[in-house]
Design a protein around this ligand. Structure first.
Ligand code: PEP
Ligand code: MN
Length: 284
């Protein structure tokens, strides 16, 4: 079964030759090309919880030879009573850590009214799974002109996901990177957070010129499972990975968000080494 893109697709309009060439349109983030030949890793904490924690993880990220740091200042949480992120203070920490380490910054924006503020700090705006169909947010992110990391809604079909990408593209912003992060199906309940859909990588790569990353962390839910899922995603031709990391296993007890799924530095280094050995992405 070959999926097709609707005739009216904006993505089609931007890249009329895509059907013939089927080449990926790389998106540059802080001088790094996502969707170029080499897989790109973005890694960092789930949430920015303090300056010290963020700097420690950033040093591990840089030590693994990775150039882009992730970390949420605004966190989408199931319960309002849970830690919601440090907000403005978290953005300031990210800006400082970015300056000190030279890492590019990816961070989530939850609220259309805050796109401009978050874009002042971020090299790339993350739209989270829960926000994938928040059209005012997609439009504002499109208007910002910043690269957008568009995560798949955990129950979204490919068509719905690409439709969301079109809202960003309609604003003239084609710097879009898709990120598969696992879909929720009842069959996986009890042992995993979500099922990583690796089939979707090939579908995206044949349907659109957009780079596609895989986030193994939010599917796994446990750090011990992340490495094998990361390797599987690279083997399935993803353009790279978005991974949650901790600076040390002993930090878990202190963390208020996704403490169990951040990988320690030695595992991050192994994944980065494996990514460096992977075949160039554009070989089909
Ligand atoms: C995240 O990456 O921090 C996150 C909240 O993931 P998702 O939106 O995929 O749940
Ligand atoms: Mn998380």
């Amino acid at each position: 079964m070959e999926p097709t893109l609707p005739e009216l697709s904006v993505l089609r309009r931007f890249w009329p030759g895509f059907d013939d060439t089927r080449t990926t349109h790389p998106v540059r983030v802080g001088g790094i090309a996502i969707g170029g030949g080499d897989p790109v890793i973005i890694a960092g904490p789930c949430a920015v919880e303090s300056y010290e924690q963020t700097l420690a993880v950033a040093c591990a990220v840089r030590g693994a030879g990775i150039g882009i740091l992730r970390g949420g200042a605004f966190k989408p949480r199931t319960y309002p009573g849970s830690f919601q992120g440090l907000g403005e203070e978290g953005l300031e920490i990210l800006a400082q850590v970015g300056r000190e380490t030279g890492l590019a910054i990816v961070t989530e924006v939850l609220d259309p009214r805050l796109v401009e503020r978050v874009a002042a700090v971020a090299d790339m705006l993350q739209i989270g799974s829960r926000s994938m169909q928040n059209t005012p947010l997609l439009i504002e992110a499109g208007r910002s002109g910043k690269p957008v990391l568009l995560k798949r809604g955990w129950s979204a079909t490919l068509d719905e996901w690409l439709g969301a990408a079109e809202y960003v593209a309609c604003e003239g912003n084609t710097r879009i990177v898709l990120c598969e992060r696992g879909i929720r199906v009842p069959a996986s309940e009890g042992y995993a957070r979500a099922v990583l859909d690796l089939n979707v990588i090939h579908a995206i790569r044949t349907l659109t010129p957009l780079p596609v990353l895989v986030d193994p962390s939010h599917a796994a839910g446990r750090w011990e499972r992340v490495e094998s899922l990361a390797r599987a995603a690279l083997a399935a031709s993803a353009h790279g990975l978005l991974i949650e990391a901790v600076a040390a296993d002993t930090d878990r007890a202190l963390l208020r968000s996704d403490a169990e799924q951040g990988i320690p530095p030695d595992v991050l280094e192994r994944i980065a080494g494996y990514a460096r050995l992977s075949l160039p992405r554009n070989s089909r």
